[in-house]
Design a protein. Structure first.
Length: 316
């Protein structure tokens, strides 16, 4: 066996038990080669990493919507990067890893909660959209394809199309969250909060263990019972986040050095907080912009190009 293959295999075996056990590594479908070949090459369910048997069955039965599932994760990641662009952890993905967010998601933190919610929301959205566009034969408004797609699936038909995306996301994304542990409970809750897309805050929880007939079961309880308990709208988490100030391969923090900060903001995107008190550097940048635009009757606009100078502040 070639050495790098052996390394990869060992990495998978070790990673599989140590790091990747709780990780939805099928998200890697949204990055890299597999994603770019979607549409041009047939998708092989067996080559998607980390599917549990239920997901594999789903993939084989509904192969047609798998590109939308991948697209949904991709949209979720883009949205996460947009929403977190001014934060210390900004939803960075790692292209050459199956664990596309690195070790950051190993812990049951707010960041993990958010990523699960937004990935599930993305899947529901992308599947619903592809149904509405009529690109898929098992859903959509085309009268030829109305009605249930097959045995055991009461989906399809126009009125239920938004539900269809939600159902796909639920069936597929939650399929691996059936362990009786706190992390599974957390992921399921946050996946669902994302799918209905109405989360507005995140609540810290504590893990409680109960003995039930099926064995020990972990559940979550609000840590601060003085506040109202979280509803299905709230994301939940039960471990503290690292501060993401310095690079740390163990936590998956990249640190904030060289990040662009906002010198006038007092928020988390401001230079004080984003740079963790280390201070910032300032440089000027010239950018070409359109200017002196003239509207010509009728109908076009002509512009000149001007050079504007901006101050750019980056963390030390
Ligand atoms: C996000 O953080 C990474 C690592 O610090 C950095 O390389 C990247 O430029 C940041 N992205 C944005 C949009 O600021
Ligand atoms: C910087 O922060 C200020 C104050 O919050 C805000 O008005 C401004 O739009 C921000 N600038 C950028 C480039 O985000």
């Amino acid at each position: 066996m070639e050495p790098h293959l052996l390394g990869l295999l060992l990495g998978l075996l070790l990673g599989g038990t140590r790091v990747l056990a709780g990780y939805p590594i099928w998200w890697s479908l949204a990055l890299g080669q597999q994603y770019t070949s979607l549409g041009s090459q047939p998708l092989l369910c067996g080559s998607i990493p980390g599917l549990v048997p239920k997901q594999l069955r789903f993939c084989r039965n509904y192969i047609e919507i798998m590109p939308s599932v991948a697209e949904g994760v991709k949209l979720g990641i883009q949205e996460c990067q947009h929403q977190f662009r001014g934060r210390r952890w900004n939803c960075t993905t790692i292209d050459d890893s199956l664990a596309i967010f690195g070790p950051v998601l190993d812990k049951a933190t707010r960041e993990s909660a958010f990523v699960h919610a937004i990935a599930s929301a993305g899947v529901a959205f992308a599947v619903t959209r592809s149904c509405a566009e009529g690109t898929s034969t098992i859903c959509g408004c085309d009268s030829h394809h109305k009605g249930p797609p097959g045995e055991g699936w009461k989906w399809g038909g126009c009125s239920e199309d938004a539900d269809f995306g939600v159902l796909v996301s639920r069936e597929f994304a939650d399929a691996r969250e059936n362990r009786p542990d706190a992390r599974s409970a957390m992921n399921k809750h946050n996946n669902e909060a994302g799918r209905t897309d109405k989360y507005d805050s995140a609540s810290e929880m504590v893990v409680e263990k109960h003995r039930e007939s099926r064995g020990w079961v972990e559940t979550l309880r609000a840590k601060y019972s003085l506040f109202k308990p979280p509803t299905e709208r709230d994301l939940v988490y039960y471990e503290n986040s690292p501060n993401f100030c310095e690079p740390n391969p163990e936590t998956g923090s990249f640190g904030t050095r060289d990040r662009t900060c906002n010198v006038t903001s007092h928020g988390i995107d401001g230079c004080d907080l984003l740079c963790c008190g280390r201070g910032h550097n300032t440089r000027t940048e010239k950018r070409k912009e359109k200017c002196h635009c003239i509207f010509h009757w009728c109908c076009y606009v002509s512009c000149q190009e001007c050079i504007r100078i901006y101050d750019v502040h980056t963390c030390k």
